[in-house]
Design a protein. Structure first.
Length: 326
């Protein structure tokens, strides 16, 4: 959320965007279990209530909000230069590179995640790890050259899925770090952090996986894996050392409800930024260039998401589950 608020292209911004999307896919892959599904059809059916129906609902709901309300208060359709019909294409395209999903950009992650899971499930049809790795390498290379270099974009987020698969697939193996003892985790974290601050922090790759901008794709993949493991170790240590901490409870709460945060935070964020800017009497551009104001807006955003999360869990979530059971 901070990355979506803060827009000053400095070291903080570059740091966030250099690894956060790979980390999201690694964490998603961490929980993937291909043995649960007998077929791709069964896999997709399991995603109906948890991903697909929420995606369509929030996509259309935020689209109507953007068309009927937000566009009336600010010029350029809510500050977004977007024709009314473009998001209707984006609903099935799942890609914002052609400005299809500007009314709620983060939603691109859901169709991409579903496509990645289908790819990953297909890879596990190969019994040999070697064959899986060979196919994974071919898909990653194809994704870089045909999508990033050639600009050939596919529907339902498949373009990004080709590039994200390597991170999602690795999540199942990276989760083995959680089997380490507290002492092992602490030693590994300290050594990795020292190396990171001494060497890697000076060479953060200025990339953005979403817009598929890679000056050095090899460095990006290496950096993303390294930093993601470092972050996961930090989270593990934090939760182990502060078991009863309210901060851990709060972050766990938002982690459990990350779907609703993903689906709704962007339009709410725009509203908060607009009101906040009027309140402090500072132009929106200056507000978003300030890390102080961006952190304040992010905190306000988290607070305002709480009642939305509560309503979703009490009403929409059971409703989606009920539709699937019928």
């Amino acid at each position: 959320m901070l990355g979506h608020v803060y827009r000053n292209h400095d070291l903080i911004y570059i740091f966030i965007y250099s690894f956060h999307l790979p980390l999201f896919f690694i964490i998603s892959g961490y929980f993937f279990n291909h043995d649960k599904y007998k077929s791709i059809k069964e896999l997709l059916k399991s995603k109906l209530g948890g991903l697909i129906l929420p995606y369509f609902f929030f996509y259309l709901a935020t689209y109507l909000y953007w068309v009927l309300i937000e566009s009336k208060f600010r010029s350029g359709a809510g500050g977004i230069s977007l024709e009314w019909w473009r998001p209707l294409i984006g609903l099935f395209y799942g890609d914002n590179l052609n400005n299809f999903m500007g009314h709620n950009t983060p939603l691109w992650f859901i169709p991409t995640l579903i496509s990645v899971e289908v790819f990953c499930y297909s890879l596990y049809k190969f019994k040999s790890i070697l064959y899986r790795c060979i196919c994974l390498g071919i898909i990653t290379i194809a994704g870089y050259f045909f999508v990033s270099k050639g600009g050939f974009l596919l529907p339902w987020g498949i373009s990004h899925a080709l590039l994200a698969l390597i991170f999602y697939f690795s999540g199942r193996y990276i989760r083995n770090i959680h089997d380490f003892s507290l002492k092992q985790k602490l030693i590994a974290f300290v050594l990795m952090l020292v190396f990171y601050l001494a060497v890697m922090f000076r060479h953060i790759p200025d990339v953005d996986m979403f817009v598929m901008r890679f000056e050095n794709p090899g460095l990006f993949i290496l950096y993303a894996f390294y930093t993601s493991v470092l972050v996961l170790l930090l989270c593990d240590l934090f939760s182990l050392l502060f078991t009863n901490s309210k901060v851990v409870a709060a972050t766990t709460f938002f982690g459990i409800n990350s779907l609703i945060v993903l689906c709704i935070h962007d339009p709410v964020k725009r509203m908060i930024i607009y009101i906040y800017s009027k309140g402090v009497m500072i132009p929106i551009a200056e507000v978003r260039d300030s890390i102080f104001h961006s952190l304040a807006i992010t905190f306000i955003l988290m607070i305002l998401l709480l009642p939305i999360i509560f309503v979703y869990n009490r009403t929409l979530k059971p409703w989606f589950s009920g539709l699937i059971r019928r």
